[in-house]
Design a protein around this ligand. Structure first.
Ligand code: G1P
Length: 284
């Protein structure tokens, strides 16, 4: 097993929660304050030490790729008009990371999307994040997971305690021994019914995965929603005797994967970053 180089970001989903806004616009291109969701995700991956991004996209999501390519005509106009800050922002998005694109040809689930990155990642552990949430933590959530990986040298998932029926929206983890906020995971179930949930520990969309996950996913049948679930792949990994750990991260993940969450996160971050002074008056 090699060292961590890659961060895999599944970005092939249809974005049905945002229709009609996402009829042609990939949901990862929706802005949060001044930049698209996908840029926030890449910043977090870079802060966790990723050297190469692997974006798993689907046909129709080419705008994501275009965003990270040079746009010489735009640069020319900005240069001629002396718009230095705008030019720097445009150049930043094309220089911020080394990005590879992998096509998920059919929407067969999150686990399948991760499996699509197998050839690029090879026999190395890797970071994985779902861009439906933004890290609001210092250090960022993925960097906290990476540090935990350095200690245990095996798969680490982000965990968060949730209340009541909320667990049925998430993967759910059962744990045994704990080292502070780091727990040894004994079982995982994707979106259990509230009455069947074995714990209140939800698996959030941040992972450091051992390369064993690829074989595990190949052996994992379709589960919830007829899709190959990443959570089920992790269950297969556990069944094969690999250690899996869960970190109750510090700080918050801010939802940008639902309309309500996206709106709230925009208002909150714009306010915190001082980017919308008028909000102060409007919100009281
Ligand atoms: C996915 C995962 C689930 C995880 C969740 C975190 O579900 O399948 O295990 O708890 O992300 O947001 P989704 O939200 O894509 O349905």
């Amino acid at each position: 097993m090699g060292t961590i180089r890659h961060c895999v970001v599944p970005a092939a989903g249809l974005g049905t929660r945002f229709l009609p806004a996402t009829k042609v616009l990939p949901k990862e291109m929706l802005p949060v304050v001044d930049r698209p969701v996908i840029e926030w995700a890449i910043e977090e991956a870079m802060a966790a030490g990723a050297l190469e991004m692997v974006l798993v996209i689907a046909t129709g999501k080419e705008l994501i790729q275009a965003h990270f390519e040079r746009q010489p005509e735009l640069e020319k106009v900005l240069e001629a008009r002396g718009k230095k800050a705008e030019l720097a922002a445009v150049r930043h998005s094309q220089d911020m990371a080394h990005i590879r694109y992998v096509l998920q040809e059919k929407p067969l689930g999150l686990g399948h999307a991760v499996l699509c990155a197998a050839d690029v990642v090879g026999d190395n552990p890797f970071l994985c994040m779902l861009p439906d949430d933004l890290s609001h933590a210092e250090p960022p959530v993925l960097a906290q997971l990476r540090k935990a990986w350095d200690g245990v040298q095996s798969t680490v998932l982000a965990l968060m305690r949730v209340s009541g029926d909320e667990i049925s929206r998430y993967g759910c983890a059962t744990v045994s021994e704990s080292r502070g906020r780091l727990h040894r995971i004994t079982g995982v179930v994707e979106k259990p019914k509230p009455e069947e949930a074995q714990s209140d520990l939800a698996i959030m969309g941040r992972y450091v995965l051992s390369p064993g996950i690829f074989d595990a996913l190949r052996r994992t049948p379709a589960g919830e929603g007829g899709e190959i679930q990443l959570t089920d792949g992790i269950a297969t990994l556990l069944g094969a005797g690999e250690e899996v750990w869960g970190l109750e991260f510090e700080g918050e993940l801010l939802d940008v994967g639902t309309l309500d969450g996206w709106l709230t996160t925009n208002v909150r971050l714009a306010h915190e970053l001082g980017r919308a002074p008028a909000l102060r008056g409007a919100l009281g």
